[in-house]
Design a protein around this ligand. Structure first.
Ligand SMILES: CC(C)(COP(=O)(O)OP(=O)(O)OC[C@H]1O[C@@H](n2cnc3c(N)ncnc32)[C@H](O)[C@@H]1OP(=O)(O)O)[C@@H](O)C(=O)NCCC(=O)NCCS
Length: 422
């Protein structure tokens, strides 16, 4: 079976997280991803948050699987010559430098098109055109400026960022889709094109339900929000706590600690919770499950409209039952009667979950310097194209190999190295 993107060559100028997420995904699908890094320095994440001294960090290894690494100083004359050859050689170029960095290197979009008219040139920036277009941006800045932070957290607390890397990884995923779409279009047009993704746009796109709610506010309070019974709405979408973004109310409820009391957090572990959703058709089975058959037809509780002003009380009822079971028992009992719910799983539990290993969503790979480590595998499964995970490359591991592939002889490679270009 061939890999879906076999034969596609990607010139990967990405660093940190957003860009590398995109090129790692393309590499998992079989594209040949050639990562360009500064000689002696490399992607800054190689050295950030290190757990083992002098060894590429997990931050780096988990974002750069299946790639080849070339060290190249794209600001030196010789480096520019090699870079030009790489642009001729590749189908796609991806970068997420600060705004204008590639132009400053002398490789504007116009110049890239001159070198290779079939080139697809894909970029991540913090913002699209507008007042902030020149700003550098990291994950949490994108979460804040894209609307996510203002709607996350609790009413009494400050805006809150989330652990999901929706600004970086989210935008990297958008970029990957832009690239494969442009590759598809190139089949008919014969031409490359530019693909641009702004992190603010990506986060806002993921927050569309909140933009929906901003407009609903003009027509009255948001009845599924925890603020509703207290009537504390302004003209801005408030933080929603655990309220569901959809039409079905849901909440986090406490569960018993598996195996009994005595954890670092006291008798109740930090993640001894489950999320339970109440679809209208699930009221009856849920009430049966928790032993409150008396409420099934009670007009005070029986309809979604009756429950909306007292969702807190409603989920307190459910919690009165979940607190007698651990989160896995809650999952089993409620799914058996078709009530949507899920245990709050910690990173420890996910790392140990065998079914995620079986599907390749979490994989163990071997690295010559760090030994075995755990990383994420491709979350997108194709039935006819395998997607294996190989370790990340060492800095400059493939420099000679790739220079030879684009026509350089050993002597020229030695000269480039002496020049400091590679
Ligand atoms: C992430 C970010 C804030 C990091 O900023 P930074 O560490 O200052 O890095 P920069 O992107 O500005 O690049 C630093 C310099 O290295 C240079 N450089 C990078 N690779 C090089 C190479 N192989 N050879 C020579 N120079 C190189 C760049 O050209 C740039 O030089 P310049 O400032 O003279 O133009 C910034 O890149 C950014 O805003 N990117 C866009 C948004 C984004 O992706 N953010 C998410 C990060 S997860």
């Amino acid at each position: 079976m061939s890999k879906a993107l076999e034969g596609v060559k990607i010139l990967d100028m990405t660093h940190v997280q957003s860009g590398p997420t995109c090129t790692q995904l393309l590499a998992w699908f079989g594209a040949d991803v050639i990562k360009i890094e500064r000689p002696g320095v490399g992607d800054a994440t190689r050295g950030q948050l290190r757990d083992i001294p002098d060894v590429d960090s997990l931050y780096f290894t988990m974002l750069n699987a299946n790639k080849r690494s070339v060290t190249l100083n794209t600001k030196s004359d010789k480096g520019k010559e090699i870079f030009t050859k790489l642009i001729e050689h590749c189908d796609v170029m991806v970068e997420n430098f600060a705004p204008g960095a590639l132009d400053r290197m002398g490789f504007s979009w116009e110049r890239i098109q001159e070198i290779n008219p079939r080139m697809i040139y894909a970029s991540v920036k913090g913002f699209g055109p507008g007042p902030y277009e020149d700003c550098k941006v990291y994950e949490n800045v994108a979460q804040c400026t894209g609307g996510s932070a203002s709607t996350t957290g609790f009413d009494e607390g400050p805006p809150t960022v989330t652990g999901s890397q929706i600004g970086d990884t989210g935008t990297g995923l958008n970029l990957a889709l832009g690239i494969v779409t442009a590759l598809f279009h190139r089949e008919s047009s014969g031409k490359g094109q530019r693909v641009e993704c702004a992190m603010q746009d990506g986060v806002l796109n993921l927050c569309r339900v909140k933009l929906r709610d901003q407009q609903r506010l003009a027509h009255g309070p948001l009845k599924e929000y925890p603020q509703y019974p207290h009537g504390t709405f302004t003209d801005e979408v408030p933080r929603a706590g655990h309220a569901s973004g959809g039409g079905q109310p849901g909440h986090v409820v406490k569960c018993a600690h598996r195996g009994g009391p005595g954890t670092a957090h006291g008798a109740h572990g930090a993640n001894d919770y489950a999320y339970v959703i109440i679809q209208p058709q699930c009221w009856e089975p849920l009430m049966k499950a928790i032993g409150r058959e008396d409420l099934i037809d009670d007009p005070e509780w029986a309809t979604p409209e009756a429950r909306l002003p007292k969702l807190d009380d409603c989920f307190a009822l459910v919690e009165g039952w979940t607190i007698t079971k651990d989160k896995y028992e809650v999952m089993e009992a409620l799914n058996a009667v078709n009530v949507p719910c899920g245990p709050i799983l910690s990173m420890k539990e996910l790392a140990e979950e065998q079914s995620l290993r079986d599907t390749g969503t979490v994989v163990e790979v071997d690295h010559p310097e760090r030994g075995t480590y755990l990383t994420v595998g491709n979350p997108i499964k194709l039935s006819d194209s395998p997607s294996d995970v190989d370790r990340s490359p060492l800095l400059g591991e493939h420099t000679d190999e790739i220079l030879r592939e684009i026509g350089y002889g050993d002597n020229e490679i030695d000269i480039a190295r002496t020049d400091g270009a590679i």
